[in-house]
Design a binder for this molecule. Structure first.
Ligand SMILES: [Zn+2]
Length: 276
């Protein structure tokens, strides 16, 4: 066994119930997993299922489809803040140590506001009280992550979740670990083919391929993990599904969730072996 514990998301593009996905992920050999979250979801039931399969419930990925409202005037921003706080409290309830958060959604957005910081500060305060670390993820619009880290990074509850695929297709391969690696609390390891058009940032390039099926430099990624002394769980965020009009995932089309999880674990072991 290597030094790193390995985890993966329970979705993997299959949309199976947690019972089915957790069984497949445990059978593949993973140590840990993460789930999404929605208001009214059975987080306690999920936690019990995950524990029964012998897996660590590493993180919850908080909802992100409306997080742009956090930065805009209006009641919706308050509602989204309240929703994220409910998610933090659910993490605490089932002893999930990390909640992953997207700072923004929207390829055309580049203007973080002080109002947004006020709302994220409310979330950070709730996370401090709950004893949960927030893993702010590098996504499109890196100005928002930068402002959160600059204004709220002094809190022990503010951490970084490094998405290796987003770095290539959203951040022009700028080294996000050089910026935030000292605050790393979670990883979203995944591969892609880079940017289709070097001038256009699009979610269609955010492939979330299995490691080694894209152009990511996995040796370089693990060198950066080592440089920052990260010894936590290496978590992979993968999907079996093509993005619209893409064929990057065609080779996975016939795989069951069990087969996909087994392939994911084999790649994860290969990645971990490149570390110390
Ligand atoms: Zn991610």
């Amino acid at each position: 066994m290597g030094k790193y514990k390995l985890g993966v998301d329970l979705g993997m593009g299959y949309g199976q119930p947690v019972e089915v996905a957790a069984k497949a992920v445990a059978a593949a050999g993973f140590d840990a997993c993460f789930t999404g979250w929605g208001e009214g979801c059975d987080v306690e039931g999920w936690a019990n299922t995950i524990a029964r399969e012998g897996l660590i419930y590493q993180s919850i990925h908080s909802p992100f489809t409306k997080v742009h409202k956090m930065w805009e005037e209006g009641d919706e921003g308050e509602a989204v803040t309240d929703m994220l706080i409910a998610c933090v409290n659910d993490c605490a309830k089932v002893d999930v140590p990390v909640m992953v958060v997207h700072p923004i959604i929207g390829m055309d957005k580049h203007n973080p506001t002080d109002l947004g910081i006020t709302r994220y500060a409310r979330l950070v305060e709730a996370a401090e009280k709950a004893g949960v670390k927030l893993g702010f993820e590098n996504v499109e619009g890196p100005e928002y992550l930068a402002k959160i880290m600059q204004d709220l990074g002094g809190s022990s509850a503010v951490g970084f979740c490094w998405d290796t695929g987003h770095e290539m297709c959203y951040n022009f391969s700028r080294d996000m670990m050089a910026l935030y690696g000292d605050k790393l609390v979670a990883t979203h390891f995944n591969d892609n083919m880079g940017m289709t058009d070097p001038n256009v940032v699009t979610w269609h390039d955010d492939a979330h391929l299995l490691p080694f099926d894209g152009i990511a430099d996995w040796a370089g990624i693990m060198a950066r993990i080592n440089r920052h002394g990260y010894e936590g769980i290496l978590t992979f965020e993968l999907t079996c599904k093509n993005k619209p009009n893409k064929h990057t995932h065609d080779a996975y089309a016939e795989w069951t969730i069990e087969e996909f999880a087994a392939q994911a674990y084999a790649r994860a072991i290969k990645v971990a072996a490149l570390g110390r």
